[in-house]
Write a protein that binds this ligand. Sequence first.
Ligand SMILES: Nc1ncnc2c1ncn2[C@@H]1O[C@H](COP(=O)(O)OP(=O)(O)OP(=O)(O)O)[C@@H](O)[C@H]1O
Ligand SMILES: [Mg+2]
Length: 269
Amino acid sequence: MSDSTLSAFGLTAPPFSKEISDTDLWLPPSKEELVEELVDAVTARQSVVLTGEPGVGKTCVLRALRQRLPKERFRLTYCHNATLGRRDFYRQICLAVGLSPKATAVAVFYAITTEVEQLATARLHPVFVLDEAHLLHPEVLGHLHILLNYEWDARALLSIVLVGLPELEDRLSLGTHKPLLSRLHARLRLSSVSEEDSGAYLRHRLVLVWCAKELFARDAVALLHEASAGTHRDLDRLAGLTLREAGRKKRKQVEGELVREVLDRHARA
Ligand SMILES: Nc1ncnc2c1ncn2[C@@H]1O[C@H](COP(=O)(O)OP(=O)(O)OP(=O)(O)O)[C@@H](O)[C@H]1O
Ligand SMILES: [Mg+2]
């Protein structure tokens, strides 16, 4: 967002950027509840799957989870490069947990499971967060339940949090992945938000850049909400474009008519 747009509305920083700190995230009761469910599941040393449409805020929910888990009790490892084959996938986990990646598949797997067991001895619960999990290679998805098996499958030493698009649910329900699905205790969905929530989200983001004014008229919020289908990333993009246009036209507020003009000029999806 240009400096002229920022100064036109007295904003201290671009309001709809992805660079929002964990502590500033917008967490209405529905999202708080989801974060609580995730916290409860990993505290109970369970594994979880979380799905939702692109841009609906899944990774931000993970960031909220990261904030909630005390570092002295949990060791969180985040992996988002999901398209690797099995050996490289486990090598990536090795690197992420601070182990030197071994050469053979057996050695890599052994190094990770030994690390998990050692963390358990140190009363540190490991949580592997696998983002973009709908893209996981079938041989990885088909093997993850083995990573959850400690002491003849009688100990819960590791939590896996799988996060991805709704198609992840379909993949998990395939016969070959049932052993993993049956070990995912909580199966959570992050839905797109309501129109009221979209309005609250826009206000939240504006307050973070010291703007207390209602920069978006009610009809503008309704149109932006509809065009973004209740997803935050699209709302960020469209809200930023309309604010820029309002600044250019020297308007004090974004109104519905201006949103329509902008939507006509820009591709919606
Ligand atoms: N709780 C939130 N608080 C503040 N901003 C948010 C929140 N959730 C989402 N956003 C905004 O929406 C953008 C997209 O959210 P996020 O990356 O979490 O979506 P996603 O569901 O992980 O999407 P994808 O499936 O494409 O990975 C973020 O970069 C951020 O700007
Ligand atoms: Mg994401």
